[in-house]
Design a protein around this ligand. Structure first.
Ligand SMILES: [Zn+2]
Length: 129
């Protein structure tokens, strides 16, 4: 199950991106871009992430996974093809000489931080209503 190792890496990246102060900073969500070529199963990655971030500042953070399709450029006719199955051939000329230009991504695109002051203000506002 290689998702567990990946979940650990993501948690490390996210933790290093969190500002050190204030201490009670809560992470709302971690947004990920995951290429189809990584063969990651989003559900099992989310499951592993939940386990990995227990009792860390990331505890309770949502893991939003944006799947990136596999895109290849043909070396013969330079057409771009989105690879959807095991058939690695150009959609235009059927050549098998392709350069994969996306689909290997595994990056943390952004981290959403919950602002404690902001949620406090929102509570006050809703009381007035
Ligand atoms: Zn082609």
């Amino acid at each position: 199950m290689h998702e567990m190792g990946i979940a650990l890496q993501i948690a490390e990246i996210a933790k290093s991106a969190i500002p050190k102060t204030p201490e009670d900073l809560k992470i709302k969500a971690v947004n990920l871009r995951v290429g189809k070529l990584t063969a990651i199963v989003p559900d099992s990655l989310r499951f592993c992430f939940e386990i990995v971030v227990k009792n860390t500042p990331l505890d309770g953070a949502a893991l939003n996974i944006e799947e990136v399709p596999i895109v290849a450029v043909c070396k013969e006719c330079y057409a771009e093809t989105i690879i959807t199955d095991a058939d690695f051939s150009c959609g235009k000329c059927k050549s098998g000489k392709l350069d994969i230009i996306s689909g290997r991504e595994l990056t943390v695109s952004s981290i959403e931080v919950a602002d404690p002051e902001e949620s406090e203000t929102n509570k006050k506002k809703s009381k007035k209503k």
